[in-house]
Design a binder for this molecule. Structure first.
Ligand code: ADE
Length: 262
């Protein structure tokens, strides 16, 4: 059960989301002339860049927060494409801290109706979908921006304190769930159950589900902050404090520069 969302020919209004203020801080600073509007507990920033309209928001953590925010972006701000970025935990041994993962599809790893009415593990009931596919054109844009980012000296310096390796770009599956994965067995069980799983986080598949339901093209791309192991909470905290803001801002800037307004 796969699903392909519509591909954007050109993006008119792009919704850009991160989960945490730490990831969002420099993005907001960069667009400091944006118009801001509070909707419940979130602040939506509207601006434009070279004819491309942008709506920027920090969703808060977890699938519910991400789904609500995506729904507001689609219904209240009429975005015609969505980008979600921020940090994630590596799930594959080839993926290291500082690397970038561009999702080609997303799975909710904590949804399981196996044995009920013919459903399999990871199926999203009634949507007819297990893996939610990103728009290929946006995936290619994100891959191109990520390839430039991993050789950007500011980025390499930013993540350099956390890795001895030069950062790399990966493409594959991102799995989301309402849990911070910090246990190697739990992580490895997910990696065995989901072929081509690259990393885990807590929002992307919720954004994907809302976008699929409304036929809005989307892409999710993540910077690796930890290895979802027993050290994950410490690595994640340190990375978020000192590297996530720079990485997210540079990445968003790169992606925007590759998009064209119609
Ligand atoms: N985001 C960053 N690291 C994560 C992890 N280990 N589990 C879930 N979400 C994350």
């Amino acid at each position: 059960m796969n699903n392909t969302s519509a591909s954007p020919r050109a993006v008119r209004r792009l919704g850009i989301m991160t989960a945490m203020n730490e990831e969002f801080r420099l993005i907001a600073e960069r667009f400091d002339t944006a118009t801001s509007q509070a909707v419940g507990p979130r602040t939506f920033l509207s601006t434009s860049h070279k004819g491309l309209e942008l709506v920027l928001v920090s969703s808060r953590i977890g699938k519910v927060a991400a789904a609500v925010t995506t729904s507001i972006l689609i219904h209240q701000y009429n975005v015609d494409a969505v980008l979600f970025t921020g940090v994630a935990g590596a799930a594959d041994s080839s993926v290291r801290i500082g690397d970038i993962v561009v999702a080609d599809s997303l799975i909710q790893h904590d949804i399981d109706l196996k044995g009920v009415m013919g459903f399999e593990r990871f199926d999203v009931p009634l949507l007819g979908v297990r893996q939610m596919r990103c728009a290929e054109e946006l995936v290619l844009v994100a891959q191109e921006a990520a390839s430039k980012l991993v050789s950007n000296s500011e980025y390499v310096r930013g993540v350099g304190g956390f890795t001895k390796n030069l950062p790399k770009v990966h493409r594959g599956i991102i799995a989301s769930g309402d849990t911070f994965v910090c246990d190697t067995k739990e992580r490895d069980d997910l990696t065995s159950a989901i072929p081509n799983l690259k990393c885990v986080e807590m929002e992307g598949a919720a954004v994907a589900q809302v976008c699929v339901e409304h036929n809005v093209p989307f892409v999710v791309a993540r910077i690796i902050s930890d290895e979802a192991s027993h050290e994950a909470a410490i690595d994640f905290g340190a990375f978020v404090q000192s590297a996530a803001a720079v990485g997210s801002e540079l990445f968003v800037r790169g992606i925007i520069s590759h998009l064209v307004a119609p």
